[in-house]
Write a protein that binds this ligand. Structure first.
Ligand code: ATP
Ligand code: MG
Length: 561
């Protein structure tokens, strides 16, 4: 096997084999087929990266096809959100398609099937039909309507289409084999009556095609060569092929369904239906709540398309389902933001610090590097003055040698600024420290080139000047679910594991350079983590979401293994 062949995933191997067997490269075509019944989630990102990734690898078109055959659940809002998210991830589809574009063609083909004796109208209730389905080991029972004449079937089916019947009175079924060992082949339903307006076809139709009948034929209409779906559709493959057989013209590309494992992420759920429940029950504030595993939620949280694509690439595709630890996703965003996010200073839990030997009313603008790893990121200026905020956790009256922060009688450097020494502190009546008094070494300014500026002290603290700092609302997030696999319990509903403390809102203080930060701008708050400007932010009140902390817990997990 050549070096490149080794690195191919199993789907790429299938395609390579097809190319060797005579497919030409320009016959390759893929599609990403979401149902517009919710927002895309991180599981979909895997499917998007797979399909669009194949498009890029083989220079083949990839359609965005909305699988919109269920008017009860589908909405334009979801169509718009899906398009926005796919584009944001960095992919361009060839054409935008809708299964509903094919309603007429599918109807015409259904008539062809009836004429060929391959479909019939069943007028039993769904309960009766369910009873006749049999079990995997026991044959089903044929419907009493199975042998209706072609003319009667045609007339009834037309009546269904024309709205002559109530919902649930008739269905169109494929006439396959009630004894098949594959339950899906036991005369599956092709159409049901639904008197509901559709988000695109409005009231043109009151019969709607089922997924199995629609999907393969849509692939065929679009001449998709490889139709990739998740593993639960493996047993559907036989039916997919049977439906294709009914209409297939050998001059054309015959689509091939192949399956890969669904991706699941720990501490969350990846199912639109379940995510919809979180939205409807106000557990979160909408589909783009930063705690949601949706693409929109991750974007609002501060994730970058690069990080999500790298994540999808790293986990690759698999033949078996497993649970991916969310810390791997966090590793990817931390890694990308470390390279690109500008550094700023913000204090989230403020303690007042007064520099007693600094002139009252004096202010200095200190030069600060925007990104130590990237010279081209340049510099900004941060204001320094007599009264600052530092983090409460960065000061102790006394502490052991391992405490490389500020303690009485000891020195630290203020980032981009001076070396200070803690002299005393003030407490309130309950004994809480409310102010620290320090002295500073005027010759120790960072970057000034003096001997004192080069003096090494253990510990560097971030800070903001109280007079200049901007107050900001900071939203801190924890896992949305307390359980690693909320969906994986037979006896318990996933909703039982919702973490009641997944959001904490605090007031912090940030340096004034952030005044003009815009929605979705991302920053590293030095020594704390990565933060992103929320859409609720406005010039009067900055709002930040914490994307992820600086600590690399994933690397630790890996080291343990
Ligand atoms: P959901 O249960 O979230 O609605 P779905 O499979 O019904 O998922 P679709 O909109 O039908 O959602 O999915 C569009 C495509 O994305 C399909 O090809 C589907 O197989 C794939 N997909 C959905 N969820 C995942 C996942 N968790 N991992 C990988 N691919 C997925
Ligand atoms: Mg679905």
């Amino acid at each position: 096997m050549s070096e490149t062949a080794k690195s191919l995933n199993f789907i790429e191997q299938i395609i390579e084999e097809d190319l060797e067997k005579g497919y030409s490269k320009d016959e390759l075509r893929f599609r990403f087929p979401p149902e517009p019944n919710g927002y895309l989630h991180i599981g979909h990102a895997s499917s998007i990266c797979l399909n669009f990734g194949l498009g890029l690898r083989y220079n083949a078109p990839v359609n965005l096809r909305f699988d919109d055959t269920n008017p009860a659940k589908e909405e334009q809002e979801f169509v718009d959100a899906i398009k926005r998210d796919v584009e944001w991830l960095g992919y361009r589809w060839d054409t935008e398609r809708y299964a509903s574009d094919y309603f007429q063609q599918l109807y015409d083909w259904a008539i062809l099937l009836i004429k060929n004796g391959k479909a019939y109208v069943d007028s039993q209730s769904s309960e009766e039909m369910a009873k006749q389905k049999g079990t995997p080991t026991e044959s089903g029972t044929e419907s009493p309507f199975r042998n209706r004449s072609i003319d009667e079937n045609l007339a009834l089916f037309e009546g269904m289409k024309n709205g002559d019947f109530e919902e649930g009175t008739h269905v169109l079924r494929a006439k396959i084999d009630m004894a098949s060992s594959n339950m899906l082949m036991r005369d599956p339903i092709m159409y049901r009556i639904l008197h509901r307006p559709h988000h695109r076809t409005n009231t043109d139709w009151c019969i709607y095609p089922m997924y199995d009948w629609t999907h393969g034929e849509s692939d065929y209409i679009e001449q998709v060569s490889h139709s990739l779906c998740t593993l639960e559709f493996l047993p559907h493959r036989e039916l997919y092929n049977w439906f294709l057989d009914q209409v297939y013209d050998s001059q054309k590309i015959r689509p091939k369904q192949r399956e890969f494992a669904r991706r699941n992420l720990s501490h969350t759920v990846v199912s639109k239906r379940k995510l919809a429940q979180l939205v409807e029950q106000n557990i979160v504030k909408g589909w783009d709540d930063p705690r949601m595993p949706t693409i929109s939620g991750l974007r609002r949280r501060g994730y970058t398309p690069e990080a999500i694509r790298n994540f999808a690439d790293t986990i690759g595709i698999a033949k078996r389902e497993n649970l991916i630890d969310v810390s791997l996703l966090e590793f990817n965003i931390r890694e990308h933001l470390n390279r690109v996010a500008p550094r700023v200073m913000g204090v989230l839990d403020p303690l007042k610090l007064v520099i007693t030997n600094y002139l009252e009313g004096r202010e200095e603008w200190l030069e600060a590097e925007n990104n130590p790893g990237d010279e081209s990121a340049g510099f900004r200026e941060v204001p320094f003055s007599k009264e600052l905020y530092i983090e409460k956790a960065d000061f102790k009256e006394q502490a052991n040698k391992k405490f490389f922060r500020l303690k009485l009688g000891h020195e630290v450097r203020l980032k981009n600024g001076y070396i200070i020494k803690a002299e005393s502190c003030t407490k309130d009546n309950d004994g809480n420290i409310i102010e620290v008094q320090c002295t500073y070494d005027p010759k120790s300014k960072s970057g000034s080139g003096t001997e004192e500026s080069l003096r090494k002290v253990k510990g560097t603290l971030h800070w903001v000047s109280i007079a200049h700092a901007l107050e900001a609302e900071i939203r801190l997030y924890d896992r949305l679910f307390t359980d690693e696999n909320p969906d994986g319990h037979k006896d318990k509903d996933f909703m039982e594991f919702v973490n009641p403390n997944s959001l904490e809102v605090i007031t912090g203080y940030v340096e004034p350079s952030l005044k003009d930060a815009k929605t979705e701008d991302r920053f590293q708050f030095q020594r704390i983590g990565y933060f992103c400007v929320d859409k609720d932010s406005n010039p009067k009140k900055l709002v930040f979401n914490k994307t992820v902390g600086l600590r690399d817990s994933w690397a630790k997990i890996q080291q343990k293994d």
